[in-house]
Design a protein around this ligand. Structure first.
Ligand code: SAH
Length: 200
């Protein structure tokens, strides 16, 4: 997966490549999907949701330029895989999931794979961020929004970085947002298709 899907597609950050090698994706997909755990695709995790394509997880992590002292907020924990990758790159990860059963699944998967030490799974509406634990050095949003939720921008440190898919339910641009010296700028890393960021 790392050689064929990541290294040849401009994932160059050695820390990101090491994290992708380190976290066993098969431990995060449901039993029925294990044979295809390293396929170049998103995969169903139940409740109409998906585990993201490995390349997308790596690209988002690379765009965040994480340091091992960073605190990261993830919106959309799903099965916990992306949170485990972020946790290998940062000091602490808080991941929010709207669907209680998936929040529980993420927590169990992180525990089983020994990654729960620096990850907190919260069940709730991630479009509001997590004001109690803000601000964050980086924010990674794994569900598509019509626009960047204002609470997330407010909870981003200065300097700070956010990745978020913005657009319709069919296609989104993956925005890389930077806050620096009070200014917010962004560029598009790629185009993508995520499940929607929903309201409770
Ligand atoms: N991070 C996952 C992929 C997540 S899929 C991975 O490891 O690959 C997107 C997730 O976002 C789904 O589980 C969905 O339930 C969740 N989600 C959608 N809207 C949300 C919201 N408002 N707050 C928190 N989670 C949300």
């Amino acid at each position: 997966m790392v050689e064929r899907q990541l290294r040849c597609r401009a994932i160059r950050d050695p820390r990101v490549l090491a994290a992708m090698l380190e976290i066993p994706r098969e431990e995060f997909v449901p039993e029925s999907g294990r044979k295809h755990a390293y396929a170049d695709d998103p995969a169903p995790i139940g409740h109409g949701q998906t585990i993201s394509q490995p390349y997308m997880v790596a690209l988002m992590a690379q765009c965040l330029e994480l340091k091992d002292t960073d605190t990261v907020l993830e919106v959309g924990a799903g099965c916990g895989y992306h949170a485990a990758v972020l946790a290998a790159l940062a000091a602490r990860v808080i991941t929010i999931e709207l669907i209680p059963e998936l929040a529980e699944m993420a927590h169990q998967n992180l525990e089983k794979s020994g990654r729960a030490g620096n990850v907190l799974v919260v069940c709730g509406d991630g479009s509001q961020g997590c004001p109690e634990l803000a601000p964050f050095d980086a924010i990674s949003v794994a569900a598509a929004a019509d626009d960047v939720p204002v609470p997330l921008l407010e909870q981003l440190k200065d300097p700070g970085r956010m990745v978020i898919p913005v657009g319709s339910s069919w296609e989104q641009e993956l925005r890389v947002i930077r806050k620096s010296n009070g200014e917010v700028t962004w560029h598009i890393a790629t185009f993508c298709r995520f499940v929607p960021l929903r309201s409770p």
